[in-house]
Design a protein around this ligand. Structure first.
Ligand code: 5GP
Length: 187
């Protein structure tokens, strides 16, 4: 069976990480979540090579110039990108690959790989989203404001996605994700 690339996006604080974790707990045999490169600093508990490949801005720009990224974007003051080689290798190893990336990058992926499936995780409401973002206590106020400003833009871009999943409940959203991937893989 063909292996597929799934791209999951959602506004900061929407809980896409939790939904994805739930989904992966039952699907780790066939799916893997890609590890991105970023220039942002690790948050407490984050490990280089596990959560991200943490790189300097100079290293990131060199990789851009060497055309090593399938997609990349600047988001809330930092660079984030997916290496082509990493994705190609995982698909060849027989894994379905999930990219958890923001919307600019997702639309770049769709251009280059139209067979990629784009899924947007939407929050129940904007108030709920702000509440969750502040509750994480991982960002300072300026960073929270930047992220909230991105929300509107991300919603607009979500219209170009293949699926929108409402995260009103983690179990339900994860199970919807399960149905979508199963349907896509059977096509
Ligand atoms: P965070 O700093 O909270 O880990 O991530 C910020 C945003 O960057 C999230 O929306 C996340 O999905 C996105 N992101 C993470 N890795 C990548 C990537 O490789 N490319 C793009 N375009 N966005 C990414």
């Amino acid at each position: 069976m063909n292996k597929k690339l799934f791209v999951i996006s959602g506004c900061s604080g929407v809980g896409k990480g939790t939904v994805l974790k739930k989904f992966m707990s039952g699907n780790a045999d066939n799916f893997m979540v890609s590890i991105s490169c970023t220039t942002r600093s690790p948050r407490p508990g984050e490990i280089d090579g596990v959560n991200y490949f943490f790189v300097t801005k100079e290293e990131f720009i060199n990789s851009i110039n060497e055309n090593k990224f399938l997609e990349y974007a600047e988001f809330a003051g930092n660079y984030y990108g997916t290496k082509k080689k990493f994705i190609k290798q995982k698909l060849e190893e027989g894994m379905n690959v999930i990219l958890e990336i923001e919307t600019q990058g997702a639309l770049q992926v769709k251009k280059q790989m139209p067979e990629a499936v784009l899924i947007f995780i939407a929050p129940p409401s904007l108030e709920e989203l702000e509440h969750r973002l502040r509750g994480r206590h991982t960002e300072d106020e300026a960073s929270i404001q930047k992220r909230l400003n991105e929300v509107k833009v991300e919603f607009e871009r979500s219209k170009l996605y293949d699926y929108v999943v409402l995260n009103d409940n983690v179990e339900r959203a994860a199970s919807e994700l399960e149905s979508i991937t199963a349907k896509e893989l059977s096509m």
